[in-house]
Design a protein around this ligand. Structure first.
Ligand code: ZN
Length: 435
């Protein structure tokens, strides 16, 4: 059993007490045993002592909205149509599956090395997400903690229907799709209540209602009866309203909210816990809105839809944060320019575009995400008895979130990465740094 003593560090515990100076943390068997002032914590001699020289220790980041299939490198196939059909067809073959599994593994390791100790995957191909979660959980290899949704559930022609989603066109088909996912051992259910940006063909399609209230209610009933949470992709005010009325537990992306919607978030009797939460994802919208379509490989329709969604999502995030809705954080990794290792950028965008403080952004990405995902008894804050999901950074993230792009050390329970390596896509980084 590995024992570590991280000493001479500054701690941002994720609970919201600012920075604690001159601290030590004892980690034993992958769990936090004790933390306190350097002068108060006695380090047993069997512990490996790591002098962190005043560096900052934070809870590992949680990316609550990611897809594992993509690297973030723009691909024509993301926007649907023939090239998507072709790629999905290729990945379906035995060799294709092998390549996909390899890519998925690389992607989750890129995320882990960048400081993401937990990923919630919300729609992937051929249950590749379930497969890698099982490999990690069984100790085949060390990776991040994964919660996976398997196939998203969409309608004919709906968002993701050509790639990462199963199609269900009635309440009973929707129930069947839930049961199929449960049978494949997913951890949660993901549905696409409205259209989406990347595979839209007409302006306004991203927010257009796709599922009916009956279908959403059927999914929620089916999932909740066995204690599963439901995450809903919704990119318009009416889409969010319908999803919440149906009883979903999280709204993914979001839009502008009115009073009725805010009240439904705070008190949603049909949800699993009696309230629902918001996982905004500004990152994919910003890149499509602000970068050159020749670089993102998005059509003018995709760009216009992204503008509409971005504007709504920022308003919704501001509405929700004023009203005290529980807010998490996700990047939508796999979208064009949304790499698996750039989670810090989403924190930065919520600060720059929606007026959150860096401390709020960090809490959304750690403690709040853990609560929303139902794993706050295990991770999300630095407290005794919780898993040692920790990252070390040189610069104070409360004054410079970019410091999170240079993680010095990552611990994920028993796994210790003392020199994390992130292979960044240089062309992608160059352009992202312009926005
Ligand atoms: Zn997504």
């Amino acid at each position: 059993m590995s024992n570590y003593a991280l000493t001479n560090c500054r701690i941002i515990d994720g609970i919201g007490t600012g920075i604690q100076e001159n601290m030590s943390i004892l980690v034993s068997g992958g769990n936090i045993k004790q933390l306190g002032k350097v002068t108060e914590v006695k380090i047993p001699k069997e512990y490996n002592k790591l002098d962190l020289k005043g560096n900052y220790v934070m809870p590992g980041l949680i990316n609550a909205h990611a897809h594992l299939f993509g690297s973030g490198k723009p691909m024509k196939a993301i926007s649907g149509g023939k090239s998507q059909e072709k790629l999905v067809g290729l990945l379906k073959t035995a060799l294709g599956r092998k390549i996909l599994d390899r890519m998925v593994k690389d992607h989750v390791m890129a995320a882990l090395n960048s400081g993401v100790t937990t990923i919630r995957a919300v729609g992937d191909l051929f249950y590749s997400d379930v497969k890698i979660r099982d490999q990690i959980d069984s100790g085949n290899f060390s990776g991040p903690r994964l919660l996976v949704a398997g196939k998203a559930i969409s309608v004919t022609g709906g968002h993701g229907s050509g790639s990462f989603a199963a199609i269900a066109d009635s309440p009973w088909e929707a129930r069947k799709a839930v049961r199929m996912n449960v049978h494949e051992q997913v951890d949660l259910i993901k549905i696409c209540v409205t259209g989406g940006v990347t595979d839209s063909r007409v302006i306004g399609q991203a927010g257009r209602l796709a599922m009916t209230l009956e279908e959403v209610s059927a999914v929620c009933e089916e999932a909740h009866k066995i204690g599963f949470l439901v995450a809903a992709h919704a990119e318009s005010t009416e889409g969010v309203r319908l999803a919440l009325q149906g009883g979903v537990d999280t709204i993914e992306h979001g839009s502008e909210f009115d009073q009725e919607i805010i009240e439904l978030f705070l008190n949603n009797p049909k949800s699993l816990r009696g309230y629902s939460s918001l996982i905004p994802t500004l990152y994919p919208a910003i890149t499509i809105c602000k970068l050159n379509p020749n670089d993102t490989l998005m059509s003018p329709v995709n760009v216009e839809n992204s503008n509409i969604v971005f504007e709504g999502m920022v308003k919704g995030l501001i509405n929700a944060s004023k009203a005290g809705v529980l807010i998490g954080l996700g990047t939508d990794a796999s979208c064009p320019f949304v790499t698996q290792y750039n989670t810090w950028r989403e924190l930065d965008y919520t600060v720059r575009y929606a007026g959150l403080t860096p401390e709020m952004a960090i809490q959304n990405a750690t403690r709040n995400n853990a609560r929303i995902l139902g794993i706050d008894h295990i991770t999300g804050t630095i407290e005794p008895k919780k898993a040692a999901d920790l990252i070390v950074v040189k610069e104070n993230p409360l004054t410079n979130l970019r410091g999170l792009s240079q993680v010095q050390m990552v611990m994920r329970g028993e796994l210790m990465i003392d020199k994390p390596i992130v292979k960044k896509l240089s062309q992608v980084e160059e352009l992202l740094d312009t926005i």
